[in-house]
Design a binder for this molecule. Structure first.
Ligand code: CDT
Length: 301
């Protein structure tokens, strides 16, 4: 067996006025709790360091740069890197990335147990819209503030396995998992910020949103025979509610751990990466069973 003991570290709400330093203090407390529970990898949500700022409209986009990190690590997050290394723990979290060339991405990183950034992912499926939309119950301006990721869906051999990342809306797209599945991915980690109501569709409430969330990650895990660790930022941010639903799914698509509630908290599970073997060698042996001659329309051919 090859065990990765993973902690899914949900963050409760982060208000607009909260600083990086305040959030990092909360993340450190979760990291210590994860360590006490035996974790060797901790996973935090999408845009973990700030409120979910794409709900706020800045007419002048440059103003929104205050939500972005121009360097990673930087002094505000250095304590996370130091503590994780001291604990001998890997880590993944999401943040808004501002590159030296002035490009903007919704990104996440994978940090190994020595504190080295071994992987970076830039969110590919950006939901929402570019301009202020008065017909919506709330704004979702990811398409205004970020460009689509340009790094594809790589996987990394680290911490004893083949690891991949995606972010929030990506989890609803089967292609996300399959591109990593084709590279043999054994564990996918992802963070999300999902408003508990649909800004367009009044009838889609939290129960249905939680259902679609579980459906997506359970299907992705099963159909690619991999572990999926999905971590929420949850609760009411300045009156805007985000659903919870932090959970860990095994390669059979079963939920093995799920966090109750919408506050800061961790769930820990010992994931055996060898449990991915059976599915990958049988029904989802892609080399043996895929019929790509019929898949052209998926890639626009
Ligand atoms: N952060 C993020 O991608 N949230 C989306 C909300 C979809 S509604 C615009 C999600 O897929 O959960």
């Amino acid at each position: 067996s090859r065990i990765v003991t993973v902690a899914a570290a949900q963050l409760g709400p982060i208000q607009k006025a909260e600083t990086r330093e305040q959030v990092v203090a909360r993340m450190l407390a979760l990291m210590d709790e994860a360590k006490a529970k035996g974790a060797d990898l901790i996973v935090y949500p999408e845009l973990a360091l700030t409120t979910f700022f794409p709900r706020w409209y800045h007419e002048d986009r440059a103003e929104a740069d205050a939500w972005f990190e121009a360097a990673m690590p930087n002094p505000a997050v250095q304590p996370l890197f130091d503590r994780a290394r001291a604990h001998g723990m890997g880590m993944s979290f999401g943040y808004a990335e501002l590159t030296p060339e002035g490009r903007h991405f919704n990104s996440s990183i994978l940090v190994d147990k020595s504190g080295t950034i071994v992987g970076k992912y830039r969110k590919i499926h950006l939901p929402g819209h570019v301009e202020y939309d008065p017909t919506r119950a709330h704004q979702h301006l990811e398409k205004r503030y970020f460009e689509p990721g340009d790094l594809g869906f790589p996987v990394w051999r680290t911490m004893g396995g083949l690891m991949g990342m995606c972010i929030c809306n990506d989890r609803r797209w089967p292609e996300t998992y399959r591109v990593m599945g084709l590279q043999g991915v054994e564990m996918i980690v992802l963070g999300f910020n999902t408003p508990s109501v649909n800004g367009h569709k009044a009838k889609e409430g939290m129960a249905q949103r939680l259902f679609h969330h579980r459906l997506s990650v359970q299907a992705g895990a099963y159909q690619n025979s991999c572990w999926v660790v999905a971590v929420a930022k949850a609760g009411s941010e300045d009156g805007h509610h985000l659903m919870g639903g932090t959970l860990i799914v095994n390669p059979d698509g079963e939920i093995v751990a799920e966090l109750e509630g919408e506050a800061d908290g961790v769930i820990v599970h010992a994931c055996d990466l060898d449990d991915t073997r059976f599915g990958k060698q049988t029904i989802f042996d892609f080399k043996m069973h895929r019929r790509i001659e019929h898949y052209g329309p998926i890639t626009g051919q």
